[in-house]
Write a protein that binds this ligand. Structure first.
Ligand code: MG
Length: 379
């Protein structure tokens, strides 16, 4: 009986000692019940189309281009602005037109809590299927806003050690030997090079690079090889040339052939085109050694974070990749990079009209700052 009385007494004391504030303001300050609370208005989304100018004509296995359309977004809330971006290389099927259509339907004014990321992302998913880059543009701006509200960068909110960011690779596009050599010299600061293969001159490309540098090379075939035995022969040769891994060697639909390649390959095989969203990660297990996560494929930082953790739990390698993007989307992806085995975050370095300052590459390494949110400022 006395035990029960003590329990009630102490539990009463504890309950009595909890102070329940009437409001917690967006800046994180606890306002006392006596002060009249000010409820911020709902979030406001703005967006505008922009064209990124590429420094070099960009050629991969099946196309060439000189610009990339992007959509720049801002979410304003309680005097703060979060920045976001959708990058839409044509082969992914999104454009200024589709992003405008999608973003015009997004009304965030009914959400009074920017921290309700799950609810807001579910709301975006219910507006329309697909549109992953447009969704990422909202997701990134929302993450930037939330980080600014709590005055912390996302790598810290995720509990990641910024000393563990990987080196980023720098992409050398398919070109004539003279231009390839010039690009390798331009990439002097980078510790790892990335090469796009999947054409007739694959060995020539590697030999040209090897004639000027001994740096490790990542190979991306963009589904370019058609025959699994030929692919294995090539990978075995690449393994003798200081190549680190091979990304998407064959069509994403050639699942059995790729699983066979992965089993027999001396190098890790990474899925990119085959792994778009969270739902593709489980299917990629046992087919690929690892996955290339890109914010524009999966709908933004929240899904990318889930994909990275899911892949790690299944024992797969994680690569963080990008499209040609401004420092906005690159800095957002970089927040996740301490979790990655490899980073390919050079998209902002391939353009000549970036409007943000963000994550820096120092001595080849992705280097995160203490700036809140995704860590960018307008130039
Ligand atoms: Mg790729």
């Amino acid at each position: 009986m006395s035990n029960r009385r003590n329990f009630l007494k102490y539990s009463g004391l504890v309950a009595g000692s909890i102070i329940i504030p009437s409001t917690i303001s967006a800046s994180g300050n606890i306002a006392s019940g006596k002060v009249k609370s000010r409820k911020p208005a709902g979030m406001k989304l703005r967006f505008r189309p922009y064209d990124l100018q590429l420094k070099h004509v960009f050629t991969i296995a099946n196309n060439s281009r000189t610009t990339t359309p992007v959509m720049l977004t801002e979410i304003e809330y309680d005097g703060l602005i979060g920045y976001g971006e959708a990058s839409m290389p044509p082969y992914l099927g999104e454009s200024h037109k589709t992003a405008t259509e999608f973003l015009s339907k997004v009304d965030l004014s009914s959400f009074s809590d920017p921290f309700a990321l799950e609810d807001i992302i579910e709301y975006l998913d219910n507006i329309a299927i697909g549109n992953y880059a447009a969704k990422a543009a909202v997701d990134i701006a929302l993450h930037d806003l939330v980080g600014k509200i709590v005055k912390q960068p996302w790598h810290k909110l995720w509990g990641l050690n910024r000393d563990k960011t990987p080196n980023t690779s720098f992409t050398i596009g398919i070109d004539t030997p003279e231009v390839v050599k010039e690009k390798v010299h331009e990439a002097d600061v980078y510790k790892i090079l990335k090469v796009k293969l999947g054409r007739e001159n694959d060995k020539e490309m590697i030999k040209t690079i090897r004639s000027v540098t001994n740096k490790p090379i990542c190979v991306d075939v963009n589904q370019g090889w058609k025959d699994k035995q030929m692919a294995l022969d090539m990978i075995q040769w690449l393994a003798t040339q200081g190549v680190v891994f091979v990304e998407q060697p064959m069509s994403k639909l050639a699942v059995d052939d790729i699983a066979w390649l992965t089993q027999n390959s001396p190098l890790p095989i990474i899925g990119d085109e085959a792994v778009q969203t969270l739902h593709d990660v489980a299917a990629a297990n046992k087919v690929y050694s690892g996955i290339n996560i890109k914010l524009m494929k999966c709908g933004g930082m929240r899904n990318a974070w889930k994909m990275a953790n899911m892949a790690k739990i299944m024992g797969m390698k994680v690569m963080i990749g990008c499209m040609t993007e401004t420092s906005c989307a690159i800095s957002a992806a970089a927040q996740l990079s301490p979790l990655a085995d490899w980073a390919d975050l050079d998209g902002n370095l391939l353009i000549s009209n970036d409007i943000y300052n963000g994550v820096q590459v120092v001595d080849g390494k992705v280097t995160l700052s203490d700036l809140p949110g995704i860590g960018i400022r307008l130039k």
